[in-house]
Each structure stands twice: as structure tokens, then as C-alpha cells.
Design a protein around this ligand. Structure first.
Ligand SMILES: [Zn+2]
Length: 179
């Protein structure tokens, strides 16, 4: 069971990684993902603060891959529960020293770097649960410095969630997050 869950996480992670990375590097997708990055404070509520199109793309890639390889339903449930837990942990406003685990799992420090305003820091650490593909594809970002407190995006974003939901459908004027 444990081996199946680990394998399930590795398979689904491939879909999550690329959905997330493309959300940063492809302009139309970034407009949806930017809603999640527009927050200026990292706390657990941000875990579920996504544009629904952004969520659909991510779930379609991660869960779609799991279904495509015939992953059993109970393994999908376990992987989903772990994803929810890691999501809450990585968006929590906590300072944790996770040492070598930063090379294996997504951690609060890694994800805080991901929310950095600086593109060279923020366009990194795309892993949902595991950092496997960030290591493989060279997008892991770690620094000895403290992760940034000042997070968010430089682009204009409407203040209310309702307008943020409508914003990506309006005329594109925001470049993708390519450094
Ligand atoms: Zn992101």
C-alpha cells in the first residue's frame, strides 16, 4: 500500500508539476494562476484560493494522469489527502527548518520562495508534493537566506475575488512570468 501511494504521488506529480510550471510560463495560463499569487500574505486560507480554471487545469493534468495509468481509487484518495495536507502546510505562515527534506518534499520554506515577487526566485519550486521534477528539470530554488516576507506579484490585480475571477477573461495585458 505504501509503495503504491509513493508511486501514485510520483505519477500524479508529473501532471501537477507541468500544469504549475506552464501556469507560470505561458501567458494565458499565468493570468489564471496570478490570482493565487496576488496575495501579499501567506497563510493556510491561500491553499484553496485559486481561480477555478487554474484548478481545473491542475486537476486535469494530475488526476488525469492518475486515471490514465489506471491508479486504484483508494490510492487516488490517499494521494488527494496527502496533497491537501501538504497544500495546507506549505501555505501556512510557519517557519520550519526542513533541511535535506527540501530536496524531496514541498516544504513551507520552498513554497515561500515560490511566492517571491522576484521572478528568479518565484519561477521555481513547482512541485505540489514532491520536488522530484524540480530537481530533474532544474527548477529547484533554495537559498541560505530567509525566505521572503514580501510576497505577491508586480502586475495589477483587482482587489475583490469576484473581479479577480473575471480578470483573466478580459483583454490580455499581463506578460507571463518569464524571467
Ligand atoms: Zn505558482
Amino acid at each position: 500500500m505504501v509503495i503504491q501511494i509513493l508511486l501514485g504521488l510520483v505519477i500524479a506529480e508529473f501532471g501537477f508539476y507541468w500544469a504549475h510550471r506552464l501556469g507560470h510560463e505561458v501567458r494565458p495560463l499565468w493570468r489564471f494562476h496570478a490570482v493565487h499569487h496576488s496575495v501579499t500574505r501567506l497563510w493556510f486560507v491561500n491553499t484553496g484560493r485559486f481561480h477555478f480554471i487554474d484548478t481545473l487545469v491542475s486537476v486535469a493534468c494530475g488526476l488525469g494522469l492518475a486515471l490514465a495509468v489506471g491508479m486504484p481509487q483508494d490510492i487516488i484518495v490517499w494521494c488527494s489527502a496527502i496533497t491537501a495536507f501538504v497544500g495546507l502546510l506549505t501555505h501556512a505562515n510557519v517557519e520550519m527548518r526542513t533541511g535535506p527534506f527540501d530536496y524531496v518534499f514541498n516544504t513551507p520554506a520552498l513554497h515561500r520562495w515560490h511566492h517571491s515577487r522576484r521572478l528568479e526566485e518565484g519561477n521555481s519550486n513547482y512541485g505540489e508534493n514532491l520536488m522530484l521534477y524540480d530537481v530533474l528539470f532544474g527548477t529547484l530554488y533554495l537559498s541560505a537566506r530567509r525566505p521572503p516576507v514580501d510576497i505577491g506579484i508586480e502586475e495589477h490585480m483587482p482587489a475583490t475575488l469576484g473581479r479577480q475571477i473575471a480578470w483573466p477573461f478580459r483583454r490580455a495585458d499581463t506578460p507571463a512570468r518569464t524571467a
